[in-house]
Write a protein that binds this ligand. Structure first.
Ligand SMILES: [Zn+2]
Length: 375
């Protein structure tokens, strides 16, 4: 089993500006470090090397996504807008008028490399050069819409990759499992009317400004059931995620019978994330990944691509990500979760009554409108 590995130094050079945390610039706001610190991914890549795991991975070359690849998802007008922003001496914004998607000078080429990174991973998996692959990319992609960036996302990296392998290799059905703490609204919207791409999102219910991601959103009229949302209450932990994935998501993915599975792996559902309010630890990420690896082995020759999305604890994300990559590679390094004693001993890791009700709501919606079989 070979596991492909995507990472480029330039991903850390993507400049989110000097807004501290998520606070927009303004009077009484001291400039500081943006929530999406470059050091998070650099530290994660460093741990992959320091742990020895890198020796078991197959580095894959990355080429920047070209216009042809991007325009399968995004509009020409949006691409032209980004070209104009890229030319500004201090950069601009990718979401047309708000401060939520900072776009630093030179950002366009790095965003192209990010979309190209996930695409390279998908191509290598579909070609059989590797069994599965991890793409440690930046900026993230799952909020990006066809005509604008959103919430730090410039290009819809996962969607661009899926469209590429479907177009180039005739891949049929694809399932996306998004466990970033935010709703994967961009991926959902892009494939809303496509019955051949199942988009699944497990997320914190209505986190930040996102109003999308409720259980009633199940796909367009010709793709009903090709969209599945599992909104969980803040404070959900180990057991809520295990029930959501094991009881609801994986059976639906198995039933969908995809030829390729793509995981949008954010780490902002981790215990120490400064943005999300969930409780996941290293062993939860390992468990979730193992379930998907096993399912992929059962139903699609192990074809699995994992794309890095959000995750804002510079010191905890690397351990969570390492567990995911270890699981893809079927390896176990000597690195253990250094704060497992805090995470795993937390009494709120059990399933609470409100979390159980949230899961029941998803199941009720599925039973009321059974997914249209696409077989
Ligand atoms: Zn997120």
């Amino acid at each position: 089993m070979k596991t492909g590995w995507i990472y480029r130094d330039e991903y850390d050079w993507y400049d989110m500006g000097r807004s501290p945390g998520l606070i927009p610039p303004g009077r009484f706001v001291e400039p500081g470090e943006h929530l999406d610190q470059p050091s998070t991914r650099r530290r994660a890549a460093s741990l992959v090397r320091a742990s020895g795991l890198a020796e078991h991975l197959t580095p894959l070359p990355v080429t920047a996504a070209g216009d042809t690849e991007l325009l399968r998802v995004h509009t020409r007008d949006y691409l032209d807008f980004l070209i104009s922003q890229d030319a500004l001496p201090k950069g601009g914004h990718a979401d047309r008028g708000t401060w939520r998607t900072p776009f630093g000078p030179g950002g366009l080429e790095i965003a192209r490399l990010s979309a190209g990174g996930v695409t390279a991973a998908a191509r290598a998996v579909v070609e059989g050069a590797v069994s599965n692959a991890y793409a440690l990319v930046r900026p993230p992609g799952h909020h990006a819409l066809p005509d604008r960036g959103m919430a730090l996302c410039v290009f819809a990296n996962v969607a661009v990759a899926i469209k590429a392998v479907r177009h180039e290799y005739g891949v049929g059905r694809v399932a996306v499992i998004d466990w970033d703490v935010h709703h994967g609204n961009g991926t959902q919207e892009i494939f809303w009317d496509d019955p051949d791409v199942l988009t699944v999102s497990i997320h914190q219910d209505r986190l930040l400004q996102l109003s999308t991601g409720d259980v009633e959103e199940m796909g367009g009229p010709d793709a009903l059931g090709a969209c599945l949302n599992v909104p969980l209450p803040p404070g959900s932990g180990s057991q809520a995620y295990r029930e959501a994935l094991g009881r609801i998501v994986l059976p639906r993915v198995r039933d969908f019978a995809p030829e390729l599975i793509v995981v949008a792996s954010g780490y902002d559902a981790s215990f120490f994330d400064p943005n999300g309010h969930m409780l996941l630890g290293v062993e939860d990420y390992r468990w979730m990944t193992q379930q998907v690896v096993d399912l992929a082995g059962d139903i699609c020759q192990g074809r699995l691509v994992v794309a890095h999305e959000g995750g804002y604890s510079p010191w905890y994300v690397p351990y969570c990500m390492l567990a995911v990559v270890e699981t893809l590679a079927g390896e176990r390094t000597e690195v253990a979760d250094p704060v497992a004693f805090i995470v795993e001993g937390n009494p709120f890791q059990a399933l609470s009554a409100d979390q159980a009700r949230a899961l029941d709501r998803v199941e009720a919606a599925l039973n009321a409108a059974p997914p249209r079989r696409t077989l």
